[in-house]
Design a protein around this ligand. Structure first.
Ligand SMILES: [Zn+2]
Length: 78
């Protein structure tokens, strides 16, 4: 039984040793891509809907005449 566990452990060790470096590299590339795509101005902040007072993220908020609205129905647009 112990031999089986040791064999599995060795397989896992080899497996992780072989895949570890490419996986880390890929993760770094993905992170670099995400940072490159994200402009500095695009910070997500919570804004209050001027109509109903619901807080909504600035990305999801609808801006009409410089005022933030939580939804199209609050903003009065279709
Ligand atoms: Zn609202």
């Amino acid at each position: 039984m112990l031999k089986i566990i040791l064999t599995i452990a060795v397989i896992f060790a080899v497996y992780f040793f072989l895949i570890k470096k490419p996986a880390v590299k890929k993760r770094r590339e993905e992170r670099a891509d995400a940072e490159a795509k994200k402009p500095g101005l695009d910070e997500e902040i919570m804004v209050e809907c001027v109509k109903c007072g619901t807080f909504v993220s600035s990305k999801e908020a609808i801006i009409v005449d410089g005022k933030y609205y939580c939804s199209k129905s609050c903003a009065g647009v279709k």
